[in-house]
Design a protein. Sequence first.
Length: 346
Amino acid sequence: MTENLDNIKKQFYEELNSVNSYAELERVRVAYLGKKGLVTEQLKNLRYLTPEEKKTAGMMVNSLKDEIEQAIISYQGTLKEKEYRKEIEGAERYDFTIPTNRELGTLHPITIVQRRIEEIFMTMGFIIEDGLEIQTEYNNFEAVNTPKDHPARDMQDTYYLENGQLLKTHTSAAQNTIMRKYGAPKKGEHLKVLFPGRCFRNENVDASHENTFFQLEGMMIGDDISIANLIYFMKVLLTEVFERDVKIRLRPGFFPFVEPGFELDINCAICGGKGCPTCKNSGWLELLPCGMIHPNVLRMGGIDPEKYTGFAFGLGLTRLAMMKYNIKDIRLFNSGNLKQLKQFTR
Ligand code: PHE
């Protein structure tokens, strides 16, 4: 009996060590511990023994059974390890030191202009925020003083979702959220925020109209902000972007969320202000709508308009990129035409 058990044990370990898969392991388990397994047979055979013999033999068979069970369980771990090793050895290897002649990507012209303006404003203490592209009607219109049925909504038709939300028509949609996030500035400080973003309008697309375009909005709020501050920041911005000394002028312009509101023009660089086709002979190019934030907008943002004032401007980033790089067709920006888009590097 003992000899027999020793043989079974030896044979078991030999078989176990050559197992390479879970299926094989199961086969071995059944061969020893299954209904007709070798160890099970031994247990069955106990009944032919005398009660005395049964006691010791029973203990021996059972301990072999336990040992085999344990060995099988722990071999599952070994199998897992074998599998990992196989996976690692078979994995694709990369040699990061091999030189490549693959071309690097380039930044999109709008990204280049946006980053440049962000840099300029960050050096002047502005923080950068970004607003959501899917907005509530409240944020896009009501919170910027454009109630339902206001005629100004007609110029900003957009795409509505089934749940009543919409694709934002201007970066101003973030004004309310930003005011609520930061609140009124402390005494002697200013809330200065720049928030670029993608905007959408229901437009018939042509060389100068797109349904998807970028704006870059800025806002400065404090207890001592006037139009003089607005003019100063706009001049710095434009001088840096165009890398020349620009002249600006303000004309009255209407937007429900500013009072007074302006259209800011810069002097035409092409003719130096004398008049040419680009500036339609006026010597000026319309560039930047802006104004002093309307008291209603401050109030809805949780800021007391009796104590605080502020300015806001909404730069057409896509438009600015067209002017800076002399791009004649707005459709280029969303075209994915890399041949053209990658020409712009700074
Ligand atoms: N949101 C306005 C537009 O898209 C632009 C604007 C922003 C005007 C801030 C004034 C102040 O038409």
